[in-house]
Design a protein around this ligand. Structure first.
Ligand code: ADP
Ligand code: ZN
Length: 514
């Protein structure tokens, strides 16, 4: 497709002068009929990647989207821009559906939004026509590795079988490496081109505090923010309500929001928040999806989220306008225990627990938090961010290159087959069952870290994970494996700065539980 034609279409239908980074590349790839996977943060501009091709492609574009509530808005928006679009979902009357089928037959529709549950309708009309493009929004929902698995999505792999030559465009704002791979596998698009936008949101400050005296800390945090909008995420409905009434007592315009409220109450609160009638929403994670408010100045996590994807998405609701905004996460071991309980009741228990572990490591980090977050999404940052609590108040560092080399070569010798505890046992030359049955005492790295305590090794390994040298594989037994970055330490003598493990902090860990 000629570039001028694309730009004209962008201007004519969407009113924009130029493409954002990646949009053009993705659109070109769509026109080459390739399969694509797009990872782009919320607000990054994913929709145009399929809406614009849909306008120019000869046949219909199918858009799979789980958010029935948002479909109507999207379709209305497109129609207002002169793009003929429609949607099919379970909320419609038969007669309405008939009208749409008729339009499809008459080739009067360019984009058709379909809820995954309603895919059977699609089959019916698709015998009449062809499909030019299949876009799958919120594609992480197909993967049980993702953080928002939806069973209805699992059928979508069928689309590629049904339309083998139609390009598939899978889009999501959140997917770690394992999830990305799984998405492509489940959708039967193993060769999909991957487009990964930067997840860095420099305007969001990051901070973690121990979860003691949380309300006092919140009061302190918002004391000079009487006019600013913010969200406080909580784990339970009860907490949202308690917190909201305590804040109201202090004179803040606060409201609680959770799935226990009826539809009317919820949309009232959303509207009040968007129109600045309510200033603070104390909410469960039910709040936020699809809320378009650009001037949210802060987000607090009263409880720890269950994984970094959720955390990142929730803090990402602050500062959409690009202005400086603050985030604060409370870290308590009681929350961790609670989340562990939830996770162990889940179907994919191992994955959930491993994700929770990464969340915990983030909260306990001693190095730039943004580096950790981005490395979780597969991005490597050269410089520290300067806008997180660790950067602003850094712990003491020392040259930990030798320690890093020992740890990394140990993982290398273990052929990336063991979890953190076994790696430490081998480093410390322990003589337990795992060591004996695998003959680890014969490894050259056996016992090379005797002089360092178990706890210190644990802290160092967590730091090395957080620095992006080691990753935890979520399959099998959460074994540690080396990243590309680790080669620089092992083979190019890259220097590694580690933070001193503070003894005092170590002892107070157990006391912090609230
Ligand atoms: P996502 O689906 O990734 O969350 P959207 O597609 O909704 O993001 O786009 C986010 C916002 O950015 C929308 O208001 C959209 O109109 C705008 N936008 C998208 N592409 C461009 C562009 N090339 N130039 C300017 N604004 C854009
Ligand atoms: Zn930082």
């Amino acid at each position: 497709m000629k570039e001028a034609r694309l730009l004209d279409t962008l201007k004519e239908y969407f009113g924009y002068e130029k493409f954002r980074p990646l949009q053009k590349k993705i659109i070109n790839s769509v026109f080459e009929a390739k399969d694509n996977l797009v990872i782009m943060p919320t607000g990054g501009g994913k929709s145009i990647c399929y809406q614009l091709p849909a306008i120019l492609l000869p046949e219909i574009t199918l858009v799979i989207s789980p958010l029935i509530a948002l479909m109507k808005d999207q379709v209305d928006g497109l129609n207002a821009n002169g793009v003929p679009a429609a949607y099919l979902n379970s909320s419609q009357e038969e007669a309405d559906k008939e009208v749409i089928f008729q339009k499809i037959d008459n080739k009067e529709i360019k984009l058709l939004y379909v809820a995954p549950e309603s895919l059977q309708f699609v089959d019916r009309f698709l015998s009449h026509g062809k499909v030019s493009l299949i876009a799958i929004d919120e594609a992480h929902c197909i993967s049980s590795w993702g953080h928002d698995f939806r069973p209805a999505y699992t059928q979508l792999g069928y689309l590629k079988n049904r339309f083998p030559i139609t390009p598939v465009l899978a889009l999501t704002a959140t997917a770690d490496k394992a999830t990305r791979k799984d998405i492509c596998k489940q959708l039967n698009i193993p060769g999909a081109e991957k487009h990964i936008a930067s997840f860095d949101r420099k305007n969001l400050s990051l901070e973690v505090k121990p979860g003691i005296k949380r309300f006092e800390k919140i009061a302190e945090f918002i004391k000079n923010r009487k006019k600013e909008s913010g969200i406080i995420y909580c784990l339970s409905r009860k907490t949202t309500e308690d917190l909201a009434s305590k804040l109201q007592a202090k004179g803040f315009k606060a409201a609680a929001y959770h799935a226990g409220l009826n539809h009317l109450e919820r949309s009232q609160i959303q509207d009040d928040f968007i129109n600045d009638e309510k200033q603070i929403i104390c909410a469960t994670i039910a709040f936020g999806m699809g809320i378009d408010k650009s001037n949210i100045r802060w987000v607090i996590h009263y409880n720890m989220p269950k994984n970094l994807e959720g955390y990142y998405q929730e803090i990402g609701r602050a500062g959409r306008d690009g202005l400086p905004s603050d985030t604060l996460l409370f870290h308590s071991y009681a929350d961790v225990v609670q989340l562990q309980k939830f996770a162990s009741n889940a179907k994919n228990e191992e994955v959930q627990l491993a994700k929770l572990d990464r969340m915990k490591q983030y909260a306990e980090a001693l190095s730039c938090r943004r580096k950790i977050l981005l490395s979780y999404f597969g991005e490597f940052m050269e410089e520290d961010c300067g806008n997180c609590d660790i950067c602003r108040n850094p712990p003491e560092f020392f040259d930990g290159s030798i320690i890093a080399q020992k740890a990394l070569s140990c993982i290398f010798r273990l052929k990336a087959s063991e979890p953190i505890s076994a790696v430490i046992d081998v480093l410390r030359g322990a003589g337990n069952e795992t060591v004996r049955s695998n003959h680890y005492e014969q490894l050259s790295t056996y016992g090379i870290g005797k002089d360092i305590s178990w706890h210190h090794w644990q802290q160092y390994l967590i730091q090395l994970i957080n620095l992006g040298y080691i990753e935890i594989a979520f399959d099998r037994n959460n074994h540690l494996q080396l990243t590309e970055q680790a080669k620089k330490v092992l083979f190019e003598n890259e220097k590694v700065l580690l933070a001193q493990v503070k003894e005092k902090e170590v002892q107070s860990r157990s006391e912090k539980t609230t």
